[in-house]
Design a binder for this molecule. Structure first.
Ligand SMILES: *Cc1c(COP(=O)(O)O)cnc(C)c1O
Length: 357
């Protein structure tokens, strides 16, 4: 029998392959600006590291502890090695946390709109979703989230910066929030886009982990590190919770291939700095462009922009005809576009300008 909680769920709709869409649309060129991937690619050191590895030990199971990547991240983030739990992308960590922490009937507090996988996995576990809308400027309403916590609340998801709004709440705001949340409620801060934040230097709340046992911080190699294809994400949690998550986790969820790629990407911080700088420059141009056209948009600290436009679906179809895939379906008449390279941004902006004028 299919679980009652699963019967009527809407699935997460993954991206079609670029080749598939090109064929469908009869396009020779397609730029995918719908999944917030890294338009600057991946550090060239990744390909070299994989070639150097040379596919040895393909017949052996990978290192379940992910020791070498663990050591590198411990050195980089100054966290306890016992605090790290690796996943086949953050997708798996979101599933793992939900599976481990949620009991049927629990309440899970979410920002509306936010990354859809939090609700999906909470619902699979039979949770009741409590949505707290963003404020009129698109910011996560932390006071509203506090007010939404009841004795039945099990988890709060805080995507920071938030997908799809792009907005960022400060380190101080998250710290104050944590002091007010009951200890029995787990607060998961998804920092998938944290590297793109430029408004403050100390953006990540990883440093708050020793202070709050109920805090979980998530990171991924899919966005700024440009490794979406390799599926590497991790949670930083209190060691006590890490132990429990390790019992539920599949033992060999990260291939050696993925670990080698992530190690090489993590070592090349120069590449990361270059990407962050270019994204910030292009993002500034995007926001100025949207403002000049009088289109409502939010203040992004990520590698994407989110804006409202009449006939959004038609605009996205027009862009697709011109070889640009963008994200629809995240709000009525709202579109999300990944910040791309300068020439692509200009081409997309030209289509938008012609469409609205
Ligand atoms: C992209 C994204 C993820 C998923 O990351 P993977 O590591 O590729 O699974 C998680 N959270 C948010 C908010 C994202 O936008």
């Amino acid at each position: 029998m299919v679980k009652r909680a699963i019967k009527n769920l809407k699935p997460y709709i993954p991206e079609k392959t670029i080749a598939e869409i090109k064929q469908e649309q009869g396009l020779t060129k397609l730029v995918r600006l719908s999944a917030n991937e890294n338009e600057w690619g991946t550090s060239p050191k990744v390909a070299q590291a994989i070639l150097d590895w040379g596919v040895t030990d393909a017949n052996r199971y990978p290192d379940s502890e992910v020791t070498s990547l663990r050591n590198n991240i411990v050195a980089g983030l100054k966290v306890d090695p016992e605090a790290l739990v690796f996943g086949n992308g953050l997708d798996e960590i979101i599933q793992l946390l939900s599976r481990t922490l949620i009991t049927t009937g629990d309440e899970v507090v979410l920002t509306q709109p936010t990354f859809s996988e939090y609700a999906l996995h909470a619902e699979i576990e039979g949770a009741k979703i409590v949505n707290v809308p963003v404020d009129s400027s698109g910011y996560t309403d932390l006071d509203g989230m506090l007010a939404a916590i009841t004795p039945a609340t099990d988890m709060v998801w805080l995507c920071n910066p938030n997908n799809p709004t792009g907005t960022y709440v400060t380190h101080q705001a998250v710290e104050t929030f944590m002091t007010k949340v009951p200890k029995s409620v787990t607060v998961v801060v998804d920092e998938a886009y944290i590297d793109f934040v430029t408004v403050e230097k100390r953006a990540s709340v990883v440093d708050l982990l020793p202070k709050f046992d109920n805090l979980v911080v998530l990171r991924t190699f899919s966005k700024v590190y440009g490794l979406a294809n390799f599926r590497v994400g991790f949670a930083v949690v209190a060691p006590k919770l890490a132990k429990i998550l390790q019992t539920v986790r599949l033992p060999y969820n990260l291939s050696t291939f993925a670990e080698i790629a992530a190690n090489a990407a993590y070592a090349d911080q120069q590449f990361i700095q270059r990407v962050v700088k270019q994204v910030a420059d292009e993002r500034g141009r995007w926001l100025a462009f949207l403002k000049a056209l009088n289109l409502k948009s939010y203040s992004s600290q990520t590698n994407f922009v989110f804006f409202k436009v009449d006939r959004a679906e038609q605009l996205s179809q027009e862009l697709l005809r011109q070889g640009y895939l963008i994200r629809t379906g995240l709000g009525p008449d709202w579109l999300r576009i990944t910040v791309g390279k300068s020439a692509d941004n200009q081409a997309v902006q030209k289509v938008i300008r012609n469409f609205v004028e």
